[in-house]
Design a protein around this ligand. Structure first.
Ligand SMILES: Nc1ncnc2c1ncn2[C@@H]1O[C@H](COP(=O)(O)OP(=O)(O)O)[C@@H](O)[C@H]1O
Ligand SMILES: [Mg+2]
Length: 257
C-alpha cells in the first residue's frame, strides 16, 4: 500500500511567489494520477516538493505513511522522469539503465546479479532487449524516452513521478508512448503522479485528474466526471478547450488497437 498525501502544502519561493497554495490531495495506492493545468499553475513545484527537489514552505507530504518533508530525495524511494531526459552519451543503454543502481552505497547497493536481472526485466518490459549494447545516439527518440523511463523503473520505486515526459516527442511518438506508459502502469501497478499541461494526455492516461490553476487545486475526479461535472468555470473552460483534439486522438488510439 503506497499512498501519497499532500496536506495543507504551501510553496513560497524566495522572491515571494506563492507557487502552490494549501494543496490537499491524496494519491491512492496503485493509482495513476495526472496533475494538469496551464503553464505556471504549480504542477512542477508540487511534484518537485514530493520528490524532495524543492523545500516545502508549509504543510506536510507523506509517502506510505511517513512524513518526508525533511528526507533527502534519495531516501524517498521515488523514481522520476523529466522532459529533458539526459542520457549519458558515452554509456550503453545497459549502462545507462544500471547507473543509479551501480552508484548506490552501503546497504542500498544491490548485488551485481540482482542489478543484471533488473536490467534484463526492464529491457523486456520496454522492448529494449536488442538495444542494450547500443549508445544513445544510435537510438530513436522513442527508444531514448524508454531508456529514461527504464532508468526510473529499475529502482522499483514506491512512487513514479513524471513531469511532461513526452513534450520533446513528435505527435505520433507521443501517442505511442502514451499508450506504452499506460500499459506499463497496468502491468506494474506503481502509484504514479504524472504532470502535464496537455488536457488530451491527462484525459487519456489518468485514473483521476487533479486540475490546478494559479497554485490552487480546482477539482480532482476521474477524467469523464470532471468533464461532465466540472467544479467551476475554470475547469469547464480548461477541459473543453481542446475537445476536438481529444476526440481525434481518442479515435486514432482506438484505430491503432
Ligand atoms: N525557482 C523559482 N523561483 C521563483 N518562482 C518560481 C520558481 N520556480 C517556479 N516559479 C514560479 O512558480 C509558479 C509555478 O511554477 P511551476 O510549478 O513551474 O508551474 P508549472 O509546472 O505548472 O508550469 C510560476 O509562477 C513560476 O514562475
Ligand atoms: Mg512544469
Amino acid at each position: 500500500m503506497v499512498e501519497v498525501k499532500f496536506e495543507n502544502v504551501m510553496k513560497k519561493y524566495d522572491d515571494g511567489t506563492i507557487a502552490v497554495n494549501n494543496l490537499n490531495l491524496t494519491v491512492h495506492d496503485g493509482e495513476f494520477l495526472v496533475l494538469v493545468g496551464p503553464s505556471g499553475c504549480g504542477k512542477s513545484t508540487s511534484l518537485r516538493m514530493l520528490a524532495g527537489l524543492e523545500d516545502i514552505s508549509d504543510g506536510q507530504i507523506t509517502i506510505d505513511g511517513n512524513v518526508v518533508n525533511n528526507l533527502a530525495p534519495g531516501a524517498r524511494d521515488v523514481g522520476m522522469v523529466f522532459q529533458g531526459y539526459a542520457l549519458y552519451p558515452h554509456m550503453t543503454v545497459s549502462e545507462n539503465l544500471s547507473f543509479g543502481l551501480r552508484m548506490a552505497k552501503g546497504e542500498a547497493r544491490l548485488p551485481n546479479e540482482e542489478i543484471k536481472e533488473r536490467i534484463i526485466d526492464a529491457a523486456n518490459l520496454l522492448g529494449l532487449t536488442e538495444q542494450l549494447d547500443k549508445k544513445p545516439k544510435e537510438l530513436s527518440g522513442g527508444q531514448r524516452q524508454r531508456v529514461a523511463l527504464g532508468r526510473a523503473l529499475v529502482r522499483r520505486p514506491k512512487v513514479l513521478l513524471m513531469d511532461e515526459p513526452l513534450s520533446n516527442l513528435d505527435a505520433d511518438l507521443r501517442n505511442q508512448m502514451r499508450t506504452e506508459i499506460r500499459r506499463l502502469h497496468d502491468e506494474l501497478g506503481t502509484t504514479t503522479v504524472y504532470v502535464t499541461h496537455d488536457q488530451i494526455e491527462a484525459m487519456t492516461l489518468a485514473d483521476r485528474i487533479a486540475i490546478m490553476d494559479n497554485g490552487e487545486l480546482q477539482q480532482h475526479a476521474p477524467p469523464l466526471t470532471a468533464y461532465n461535472e466540472p467544479a467551476n468555470e475554470f475547469v469547464k473552460g480548461f477541459l473543453c478547450k481542446h475537445i476536438d483534439e481529444i476526440v481525434d486522438t481518442a479515435n486514432s488510439i482506438l484505430d491503432s488497437r
